[in-house]
Ligand binder design. Structure first.
Ligand SMILES: NC(=O)c1ccc[n+]([C@@H]2O[C@H](COP(=O)([O-])OP(=O)(O)OC[C@H]3O[C@@H](n4cnc5c(N)ncnc54)[C@H](OP(=O)(O)O)[C@@H]3O)[C@@H](O)[C@H]2O)c1
Length: 227
């Protein structure tokens, strides 16, 4: 199935950098929503171990496998980029062929930390998502899931994520697919948030959320009112 055929419920989700907290968290929630999921890694063994652990938690009905990033990119219908900012450009550029023709969901927040807390890093292209689009000219890049805490995604006690996911991109069909995918997660509404050129401030807002979390001992998400 491809992402532009209307029914998104059977789409296979690949996750690059899927062995990390954010990747495993999104993989977990999409598997719980019934999607086949492929956890990607630079190492097949790590991918397999992460997939097996999630499979043990979710049971045999969950369709979770592990593969090196290139295989995950090749075999999935929609691919989430969930690697650290440091490895973002190189890993995506190396997978341009496998990702061609696909929607790539970028949730990467270029962020630094110092004694004063988190802060947004400047990005030459404007945002991580725009950098992804620059190195993946044959893919459709959509920014989403920047503000969803991995701890919340991974917490079995959290039955409703209770937040909106801002979805940004230049292709209306692709942003509709990603908004619909986001809305399949419990308590989540996918909300169109503008073109990719407006993704920088969405990524940067994560530093504010980190500050909020520290101050209020929370896992804050965002809600958009009046829609
Ligand atoms: N954590 C959160 O709550 C959260 C929330 C929203 C967005 N995000 C974004 O999601 C991304 C992942 O966050 P995370 O906390 O899951 O990060 P992470 O655990 O540090 O990294 C995720 C995975 O990426 C792979 N990786 C590490 N360095 C790499 C490199 N240089 N090149 C390619 N792959 C590399 C590793 O997998 P292998 O070693 O198995 O390849 C690692 O398990 C970040 O960009 C972050 O901004 C995170």
């Amino acid at each position: 199935m491809t992402a532009d055929q209307g029914d998104i419920s059977g789409l296979t989700i690949g996750v690059l950098g899927g062995t990390g907290d954010q990747g495993r968290g999104l993989a977990r929630r999409f598997a719980m929503a019934g999607h086949p999921v492929i956890i990607g890694s630079r190492d097949a063994g790590r991918a397999g171990a992460a997939a097996a652990e999630l499979g043990r938690e979710l049971g045999s009905e969950a369709l979770i496998s592990g593969a090196v990033n290139a295989e995950a990119a090749d075999q999935a219908d929609v691919v989430i980029a969930a690697m650290p900012w440091e490895g973002h450009k190189d890993l995506l550029a190396s997978l341009a062929a496998e990702l061609a023709g696909k929607i790539v969901i970028d949730c990467v927040n270029p962020m630094g930390f110092d004694g004063k807390g988190a802060y947004a890093l400047p990005v030459a292209e404007g945002s991580a998502a725009q950098q992804a689009a620059a190195v993946l000219p044959e893919s459709t890049v959509v920014g989403a899931f920047h503000h969803v805490s991995a701890l919340v995604l991974l917490d079995p006690g959290v039955t409703s994520l209770d937040q909106d996911v801002l979805v940004l991109g230049d292709d209306r069909q692709a942003t509709d697919v990603v908004a619909a995918l986001a809305s399949r997660l419990p308590g989540v509404r996918g909300v169109y948030g503008g073109r990719l050129r407006n993704c920088g401030q969405v990524e940067a807002l994560t530093a504010n959320l980190v500050s909020i979390n520290r101050r209020y001992k929370a896992h804050a998400g965002i809600r958009v009112t009046d829609i």
